[in-house]
Design a protein around this ligand. Structure first.
Ligand code: AMP
Ligand code: GLY
Length: 428
């Protein structure tokens, strides 16, 4: 079959890499792709949000399935746009994508379906004073979330009540534009986070992918600004059978059942951002896509034909297709541009990538310039993924590969996975 994959990051590189291994795949196109996705298919210069242009491309190239890598086209309704057309879309309908597109919707959904999550209330400019009163009933730190998409920047965690009140006022005053016209205030949860990915066919069938943990802050020891993600490891030591049984019975099944009861079509990935609160999983957020950079580790552990799985999910019937987890751990370490997540230079020449043999360097923010050189074109540049007999071995391979890849101003966190290695050592 012919597939059009939408997106341009490390996640899409990893999905394309995995799809390219499928015997079911004829042609793979990536829109718009990056400097590395052309190893797995053909890049096409179409925006994932330009549905008419996608429609024309689909018709001209006999595309059988569209796979949305990132949330934007899903939240904008790409599933619904193509619903009665002769192409499948792997992903939720617009109504389902609201699990990520509206935090207020997601919280109400969890409340209705008894899914464990932090206690919350939502406020608008009209209810600002009530919002301040609600803040005063909570203990610090205070968690304030813009309802809508805010490029990963819409969550503020504030230590002091007066500052939290001020932030609420500013958010409702347009700090994140329309996205913060409604603000969710919730109780702070303390624990270690992990990312659980589920592929569902919208008819009760689902498969759980390998669990991962990502590292969001720019600085070592989880300090400094939030980023799109600096690395990931899989598996996660505390996500053992007991924990995952709770996740499945308390979160995954009620989520799938809740979508069905609400009449919401959902044929794609559900990403559960979980936190382990004293052994009890609670939902921090839903996303309607795979995680980035988690995918760059998780795909190395998926022992299945990804095209077969996605096609079955998009067709509404996962049947008895197996998704085994490769027991070997996998990690990914992100190489970023200096200055990221603030402003950063672009166009720096990248060398040494062909010398990497022990890892897979998934391109994220790369491009090929007019002279045919591989150059940086984003903050997150290359996600260096490896497997090993244990997490430590996989990490040492990624770090050795990072030494070989060179561009001016490159930076990576050196402590990816260190917290989980310590946790594993402490529990022995
Ligand atoms: P979100 O965009 O909802 O994932 O929030 C971004 C990050 O903020 C999460 O990955 C958590 O690290 C943190 N966070 C969000 N909600 C809470 C909460 N209720 N308690 C503690 N940390 C949170
Ligand atoms: N790594 C977290 C995300 O993709 O949202």
């Amino acid at each position: 079959m012919n597939i059009l994959l939408l997106g341009s990051g490390g996640r899409e590189s990893a999905l394309a890499w995995k799809m390219a291994q499928s015997s079911m795949l004829d042609k793979l196109f990536i829109a718009p792709g990056n400097g590395g996705t052309s190893q797995y298919g053909t890049n096409v210069a179409i925006s994932p949000l330009d549905f008419p242009a996608i429609g024309k491309f689909v018709a001209d190239n006999a595309i059988d399935m569209i796979v949305a890598g990132n949330e934007d086209p899903l939240v904008a309704g790409i599933y619904d746009y193509f619903e009665n057309k002769p192409v499948k879309v792997c992903g939720p309908s617009k109504a389902g994508a609201a699990l990520e597109g509206s935090k207020d919707f997601a919280k109400r959904f969890m409340e209705v379906n008894n899914i464990p999550t932090a206690r919350y209330r939502s406020f608008t400019a009209e209810t600002l004073e009530e919002g301040k009163k609600f803040l005063a009933t909570l203990k610090a730190p205070y968690v304030l979330k813009a309802d809508g998409l805010a490029a990963g920047k819409g969550v503020l965690i504030i230590d002091n009540l007066a500052e939290a009140e001020k932030a609420l006022e500013e958010m409702l005053g347009g700090m994140f534009g329309k996205s913060s016209a409604t603000v969710v205030i919730e109780e702070f949860l303390s624990g270690i986070e992990c990312s659980v990915f589920v592929l569902t066919d919208g008819n009760g069938g689902y498969r759980i992918l390998p669990v991962a943990k990502d590292y969001k802050r720019i600085g070592e020891g989880d300090t400094g600004l939030n980023t799109g993600g600096m690395g990931a490891v899989s598996p996660v030591v505390f996500a053992d059978k007991e924990f995952m049984d709770k996740v499945e019975s308390r979160i995954i099944k009620p989520t799938i059942e809740g979508l069905k009861n609400a009449g919401i079509t959902y044929r794609g990935f559900i990403f559960l951002g979980l936190i382990n609160v004293d052994g009890e999983p609670m939902v921090i957020e839903y996303n309607v896509r795979m995680g980035d950079p988690e995918t760059e580790a998780v795909m190395l552990r998926v022992d299945a034909d990804l095209v077969e799985l996605l096609d079955a999910a998009a067709s509404g019937n996962l049947g008895d297709i197996e998704l085994r987890h490769n027991p070997k751990p996998a990690v990914t370490v992100m190489m970023v541009s200096e200055g990221y997540p603030g402003s950063y230079p672009k166009g720096r020449v990248i060398t040494g990538i062909d010398e990497v043999t022990e890892s897979i360097p998934f391109h994220a923010g790369t491009a090929v310039n007019a002279e045919g050189q591989l150059v940086t074109s984003g903050g997150r540049v290359i996600s260096v993924s490896s497997t090993g007999n244990d997490i430590a071995e996989a990490l040492s391979k990624s770090y050795a590969s990072i030494e070989k890849i060179k561009f001016d101003g490159k930076y990576s966190r050196r402590d990816i996975g260190r917290d989980l290695l310590k946790l594993a050592a402490d529990s022995k």
